[in-house]
Design a protein around this ligand. Sequence first.
Ligand code: 5AD
Length: 353
Amino acid sequence: MIQNNKKDYILMLLRKLQTDRTLKKTEFVELLKNRELIEDELFQVSKEIHVKNFHRKVYVRGLIEISSYCGNDCYYCGIRRSNLNAKRYRLSADEIFEQVRFGTSLGFKSFVLQGGEDPGFSDETLIEIIKEIKKINPQTAITLSVGEKSFETLKAYKEAGADRFLLRHETRNKEHYYKLHPSDMDQDFRLHMLEDLKKLGYQTGSGIMVGSPHQTEENIAEDLLFLRKLNPEMIGIGPFVPATGTPFENEVSGSAELTVFILAVLRIMFPHANIPATTSLATLSKTARDRAIEIAANVYMPNLTPTYRRREYNLYNDKACFEVEAAENLKQLGKIIEGIGSELVMDRGDYSE
Ligand code: 5AD
């Protein structure tokens, strides 16, 4: 009986979430803590919104990991500067163009340039690279994921042709932030930068790791409320996966199931947002990846880093980047997506309401 009342209450929260596209912090916490009670119903709601808005289309982005050098020392990340085991490389402009040409030949119209915060990669170089990519493939969308930058730099990237920027806030809670990052990092700068990106007209992406060490349900609720306020066009969330050589190497991975649940909550909150089924989710569970695509995620990011470098960009252990996670195996990915009842699409996939 008590259980039934509880279920009714959580169902009421689901209805409220559907109508208001948000909840109070305490309500989000209740929803997260009792997810087993209403998972089926919530997935149903999320799937309806997902199918209605994206018509079972999955947009692909070619992910080029441009540098594994990083000046930051985030405790979770395999390419943190103190990880002496990490292999370091920096792609040359020509290597990047080569990958863009290859991706273009495969039909990609959207590329993500991701890298550590590499002081050896100058703004000028990146600006030239952005311009040249737009010459190679004028139709393409360019997404940057290169960490914290000043307003002026972001403006220059934008003027050169960058369309989108991904910068996960990682966690909104300050205490939690400093359990994941050393004190020389500045959470406020990161949060302000997300505002800058919006002001500059970037399609802006943010997000978190699910199950990062010390994360609580309250933290996740705060993250959901932060995202509500920011209203990003893209949301990237994936489970935390330990990385050898980091302070968190012996921590447990985040839950793939909880990740899928949060993806569904996000789809209900942000019916039109571009939400990928992330590589870290695919790394932990193919079933969860497929479920995510079925009910919430409309983006997939096959790896388009040169194969001879791909193993050297290890944000976490055993990263999925060959097999269907590889751009060169796009056909196989297409089959998997068909198997889920969806269709792989090579369009830019811009945000639209
Ligand atoms: N597990 C999962 N995701 C990670 N990232 C960094 N390290 C890890 C890890 N160990 C994520 C961060 C970052 C994004 C590029 O990769 O959230 O923003």
